[in-house]
Design a protein around this ligand. Structure first.
Ligand code: NAD
Length: 196
């Protein structure tokens, strides 16, 4: 039997790269997938490849109303949320800390940190009674700083913090039998370094 038969997954950043690959794999394993991204046209392409197991919801993960709508639409369409893969992210710039532009820092914070937190907020609400799994795509650089980009490293480690703390505090998700995971990506051969 397929490993995700009967499961419903929300995947952010699903229009390309790791998110699109995960969407194809989840669907091949029997899951229904709700695909979210700012790139609506590319999202449609991935959903078209997958077929009826996929639906799309163009979403900006930095926008609270947009993320709330994503989770609501998933429940309306598929009845529940079993898995949230919070994967949308941008790299920003790979430059020394002293040269890092403040506007780019704010942009990366908005997508990689606020976006993940909003995803957690609404996925956790949806899973409160049923339980579920939340997976966050972070980076090996979130665990160990690299010479290459200390700012990227610092922002990736932020993705890991709220969930670690929530988990240790034994809050709602754990109480409902849910699990947390982090996938710390290196450079996948499919996508290369993240695009800005
Ligand atoms: N590829 C790598 O080298 C690498 C390394 C470490 C970590 N990661 C992590 O993996 C995740 C996916 O990376 P990827 O390589 O597939 O990158 P990618 O650029 O191919 O895909 C990221 C997706 O996120 C989407 N996105 C960006 N901003 C968004 C927003 N505001 N709302 C909704 N969607 C948005 C993009 O449109 C894109 O489709 C990222 O979170 C990244 O931090 C990637």
């Amino acid at each position: 039997m397929a490993r995700l038969e009967g499961k419903v997954a929300v995947i952010t950043g699903a229009a390309r790269g790791i998110g699109a690959a995960a969407a194809r794999l989840f669907a091949a394993e029997g899951a229904k997938v709700m695909l979210a991204d700012v790139l609506a046209e590319a999202l449609q392409g991935v959903a078209g490849e997958i077929g009826p197991a996929a639906a799309i919801c163009p979403t900006d993960v930095t926008d609270e109303a947009s993320v709330r709508k994503l989770v609501d639409e998933t429940v309306t369409r598929f009845g529940k949320v079993d898995v949230a893969l919070l994967n949308a992210g941008i790299e920003g710039l790979v430059v020394p800390l002293v040269d890092y532009p403040a506007e780019m820092f704010d942009k990366v914070m908005a997508v990689n940190v606020r976006g993940v937190w909003l995803g957690l907020k609404y996925a956790m609400k949806a899973m409160e009674k049923t339980g579920g799994s939340i997976v966050i795509t972070s980076s090996t650089s979130g665990i160990r700083a690299t010479q290459r980009s200390r700012v990227e490293s610092c922002l990736q480690s932020w993705k890991l913090k709220p969930t670690r703390r929530e988990y240790r505090a034994g809050r709602s998700l754990r109480a409902s039998g849910s699990s947390w995971s982090w996938c710390c990506s290196g450079w996948p051969s499919s996508s290369g370094p993240m695009r800005r």
